[in-house]
Design a protein around this ligand. Sequence first.
Ligand code: TYD
Ligand code: MG
Length: 452
Amino acid sequence: MAKPSFSCSACGASFTKWSGRCEDCGEWNTIGQYAGLSVGPAKTSLGAKRGRAVTLTDLASDETPPPRACSGIDELDRVLGGGLVPASAILVGGDPGIGKSTLLLQAAAAFARKGLKTLYVSGEEASAQVRMRARRLGLADAPVQLAAETNLRDILTTLEAEKPGLVIIDSIQTMWADNVDSAPGSVSQVRASAHELTTFAKRTGISVIMVGHVTKDGQIAGPRVVEHMVDTVLYFEGERGHQFRILRSVKNRFGAADEIGVFEMTGAGLAEVTNPSALFLSERGTPSPGSVVFAGIEGTRPVLVELQALVAPSPHSQPRRTVVGWDGGRLAMILAVLEARCGIPFAGLDVYLNVAGGLKISEPAADLAVAAALLSAREDQALPADTVVFGEISLSGALRPASQTENRLKEAQKLGFTSAIAPAGGKTAAGTDIALKRPSDLVGFVGEFFGA
Ligand code: TYD
Ligand code: MG
């Protein structure tokens, strides 16, 4: 059999010949030739230490789980699931320049000040540069240990000697393991380095946070395999032009996925935003057509955010559909349902949809708010300013209630809203003073709020 000598830079799958599209993960233009993997011979075929199996009940009785370490940065601790679990491996992904190094240096300082011995390993900057950044962030006196190193073997040796509670690797793409014969940043190097660091974490009880750069299409550069290896995957996201940054857990073995922490990038580093709804609505002017406030849930927390739509006659034969912060496919579906079930065509019209503040929404409960924004823009008719909207739309034009109605309504009330539009059949507004309007289907909704 021929030896595979091509591999996919997204998922790491190996192939014997080049092709434009990876058969494994479906990505385009990710197959490249690779020099081959030369891994040193296995040292022994059998481990010297005997394995030990314990019954679950024994474990429960004699070992209480070790306490989580908290940084005191609440937005970070919550996204981690309530603090850092000892011996856990965490991947923090994000676009270059979004603020990962800033966030993790602040986190390192915070953990160190709480008494957790912390080592910050930079493979991208010299120690002097990291120190300069720390000074700018007002962290120069934090008891963090710094190392500028890319050789994985040297890092592991240092860790054995220093025995910190937490090590931060910035970034995994700069790490270099000497038993793998390819360049730093390649799939095999990243995979080998992440694997060694993860197993090292499990063996020694040291928590490891790895930084990973994300490619332009949103994948953690190179191997998705790293995501499978680690316990927790966090994404640090935001729009370049905005000062808001969102730390989102996409996978967490020790807490809720989809939890978000909100930060603001300031001249002196990242500041926590404890009330994101107020922040996302702060730029909102007088109510205008196309603007609708969606009462969403991110993780365990309700978040109100403004959706903005613009509908204009298109000069193109193929009208534009442009979305920022939401799923383009989902927008197409809403437009199709509005056309097929309510007889409201969008043919010949350009449609733009934007989630204000740089937040990315994935909840289906945003459907009704999106439909409201589109209709409001198309009919040039604003919804009352004190109204929030949420609910899912099905292909039949029926409306489905969203989860956590009460939390959404309570948050809306807290921010001064007095009415809400949500599908019939869900919970009532009991416990709040919100006036709840409950259309039974999309046709009813259109008739009630955008009727002629
Ligand atoms: P950085 O943490 O280096 O990004 P990453 O590690 O994800 O590549 O952040 C770089 C950006 O952050 C840079 O454009 C400058 C900005 N920044 C501030 O606005 N304020 C600050 O206090 C710091 C340290 C950086
Ligand atoms: Mg960086």
